[in-house]
Design a protein around this ligand. Structure first.
Ligand SMILES: [Zn+2]
Length: 242
C-alpha cells in the first residue's frame, strides 16, 4: 500500500476511534453517576448522624429514668426526717424543705426533658424512615445508570481495541521513522494528527512553511511533520490519489 494511503487510513481510523472514545462519549454519563454516588454518600452520612443523635437521646432518657427513683427516695427520706425528728430548729426544717422543693423540681424537669427527648426520637425516626426510602430509590437509580454505563463502556472498549489493532496493522506497513513520526503527531494532536498542505500553509495550525519543507512534502517519498504543530503533512495530491 502507498504510504500516503496508509496515512489517510490511519487518519480515518483515528477519527472513527475518537467518535466512540468512552472518555469523551461517556463523560457526561460518568459525571452523572459520580454525582449520584456523592449524593448516596451524603445520605448515608446523614443517616449515621441521625443514628448517633437517636442514641444520644436514648442514653439521656435512660440516665434520667435511673435518676428519678433516687430523687424520689431522697424526697421520701427528707419528708420522714421532718416528721420523725422532733425538736428540729426552724432553720434545719427550712433547709430540708428547700431540699425537697429542689428535688421535686428536678423530678418535674426530668419528666419534661424525657417527654421532649421522646418527641425528638420520634422525629428522628420519621426522618430516618424518609431518608432510608429516598436512599433506596437513589441506589436503584444509581444501579440502573451504572449498568447502562458499564454496558456502553464495554461496547466502546471493544471498539477501541479494534481501532487500536487496525492502527497497529497500518503502522506496521510504515518505516520505523515514519511510524514514530505519526505517533508523535498523534500524541500532540489526538483529534487530527494528519493534515493536508494548503499551498505552503499547514492546514492544522495555519503556519506558513519553508520552501524546503514544502518541497519535501510534495515529493512525498518520506513523512514530514509540521515544525510548529508536529502534525504529519500530506501533499494535496494525496487526496486525489484516493
Ligand atoms: Zn502545523
Amino acid at each position: 500500500m502507498d504510504m500516503m494511503q496508509v496515512l489517510l487510513l490511519l487518519s480515518e481510523n483515528n477519527d472513527e476511534r475518537n467518535r466512540v472514545d468512552p472518555k469523551v462519549q461517556l463523560a457526561a454519563l460518568y459525571l452523572e453517576i459520580k454525582e449520584m454516588m456523592n449524593l448516596i454518600s451524603a445520605m448515608e452520612r446523614r443517616l449515621d448522624g441521625i443514628a448517633h443523635m437517636t442514641e444520644d437521646c436514648r442514653v439521656e432518657v435512660d440516665r434520667l429514668i435511673l435518676d428519678k427513683p433516687r430523687w424520689a427516695s431522697d424526697i421520701a427520706e427528707a419528708r420522714e426526717r421532718i416528721i420523725r425528728q422532733r425538736g428540729l430548729s426552724l432553720k434545719d426544717m427550712l433547709s430540708i424543705q428547700q431540699e425537697v422543693v429542689k428535688l421535686e423540681e428536678n423530678m418535674r424537669q426530668a419528666d419534661l426533658r424525657i417527654e421532649e427527648l421522646q418527641q425528638q426520637r420520634e422525629q428522628y425516626e420519621e426522618n430516618r424512615q424518609q431518608l432510608t426510602a429516598r436512599l433506596r430509590r437513589q441506589k436503584a437509580q444509581y444501579n440502573q445508570h451504572a449498568g447502562v454505563y458499564n454496558q456502553e463502556k464495554a461496547k466502546a472498549d471493544a471498539l477501541m481495541a479494534e481501532f487500536a489493532a487496525k492502527e497497529d496493522a497500518l503502522l506496521a506497513s510504515l518505516e520505523p521513522d515514519d511510524r514514530s513520526l505519526f505517533r508523535e503527531a498523534l500524541r500532540s494532536n489526538p483529534d487530527n494528527p494528519v493534515v493536508i498542505l494548503d499551498g505552503d500553509i499547514c492546514s492544522g495550525c495555519r503556519i506558513s512553511l519553508s520552501t524546503q519543507l514544502v518541497k519535501h512534502v510534495n515529493r512525498g517519498n518520506r513523512l514530514i511533520n509540521c515544525e510548529n504543530c508536529l502534525r504529519v503533512l500530506l501533499p494535496s495530491s494525496a487526496l486525489n490519489d484516493q
